[in-house]
Design a protein around this ligand. Structure first.
Ligand SMILES: [Zn+2]
Ligand SMILES: [Zn+2]
Length: 338
């Protein structure tokens, strides 16, 4: 049987613009499903992937990991009743199922996770893809596909992190960076019960941040307000990639406070306060499969709404430029127009 051809958009070499790329449909493993893609969100991680920032991608590289589509084919061990189901897929598409982390249910920490991204072998900026069935999540009926797409990475990342650290009502949380992740973090945090402050260098985002769930707004350019907030926060959640005033971050935390990172910024911290105040820095990466399912329910229950714009997938390079120039408000979802 000759293989069906798939069309995607690929970076042929590191840092390149994406170009149409045709490849053979991968063989479906027994526990996998094939998805006819209708929508795929664009994430900062896709751009870092194109630039090989993580050193884990092969070229040609088809990015895209906020995927929504319909199951078109199932492997031999998957129930055929899943054909036709509308699903979302995030960054992770598989897990080894055997390592200590998989056995504990922490599949996102799988020892083979770098090879188990949904963009391996080729990601969501294409007409079709295959993933393990447990990573193809049924979307709530009333959730629009473009919303589902954004929730697969941005929503999942933020929900998992905040959910993990929410231990008591009124915990003081600072969300640093109001963009794709940050604007969702404000909504989730407010709904969970944190006391929420938005911290950003973009003072024009103040009203929007307050409307999204923040009780206070701090301009990270305003040294007086930053000084006033010394020792204020239990938790600072860093969602920005750059422009973070690291010298202030440790001074804003209460003793034994936590600095939680979900993006991949370059770190520049002074160790003195870190040690003397017994602060911790922690990374939060994706979440478990249960977190993903819980996030979808929570999003519906609390009417969390990502702010997004849609573009045809054929305009993927335009979308990348827009995101790079910080002109997206806040997420971009590409709609398949193959
Ligand atoms: Zn992402
Ligand atoms: Zn594993």
């Amino acid at each position: 049987m000759s293989a069906v051809k798939i069309i995607g958009y690929a970076a042929m070499v590191e840092g390149a613009s994406l170009t149409p790329f045709t490849y053979d449909e991968p063989l479906l493993k027994a526990n996998e499903v094939r998805i006819a893609i209708t929508h795929c969100g664009l994430c900062g991680t896709d751009i870092q992937g194109i630039d090989n920032y993580y050193g884990i991608v092969d070229y040609p590289f088809v990015p895209g990991h906020e995927i929504v589509g319909t199951i078109s084919e199932v492997g031999t061990s998957v129930s055929p009743s899943r054909i036709g189901e509308r699903v979302g897929v995030g960054w992770q598409g598989r897990a080894c199922g055997k390592c200590e982390w998989c056995l504990k249910g922490d599949v996102h920490l799988c020892m083979d996770v770098a090879d188990n991204g949904s963009w391996t072998p080729y990601g969501g900026f294409s007409s079709s893809m295959a993933v393990e069935e447990g990573f193809a999540y049924p979307l709530p009926e009333r959730m629009d596909s473009e919303v589902g797409a954004v929730m697969m990475c941005a929503g999942f990342t933020v929900y998992s992190a905040l959910h993990k650290y929410y231990t008591a009502p009124g915990l003081r949380l600072g969300v640093v960076g109001i963009g794709g992740l940050g604007h969702l973090a404000l909504q989730f945090a407010r709904a969970m019960g944190f006391e929420v402050t938005a911290l950003s260098s973009s003072t024009h985002k103040r009203e929007e941040a307050l409307a999204l769930g923040a009780t206070h707004f701090i301009s990270t350019l305003d040294k007086v307000t930053l000084s006033d907030a010394a020792y204020y926060f239990d938790l600072l959640y860093i969602t920005a990639h750059g422009g973070i005033p690291w010298e202030w971050m440790v001074s804003l935390l209460k003793k034994r406070g936590k600095l939680v990172l979900s993006g991949f910024p370059d770190l520049n911290l002074d160790s003195v306060d870190l040690v003397a105040h017994e602060l911790s820095i922690e990374g939060s990466f994706l979440g478990t499969q249960q977190d993903m399912r819980d996030m979808l329910v929570f999003t519906q229950e609390h009417r969390i709404e990502p702010m997004l714009e849609m573009l045809p997938m054929s305009q993927v390079n335009h979308a990348i430029e827009k995101l790079k120039q910080n002109k997206a408000h806040y997420r971009i979802v590409l709609v398949n127009d193959f």
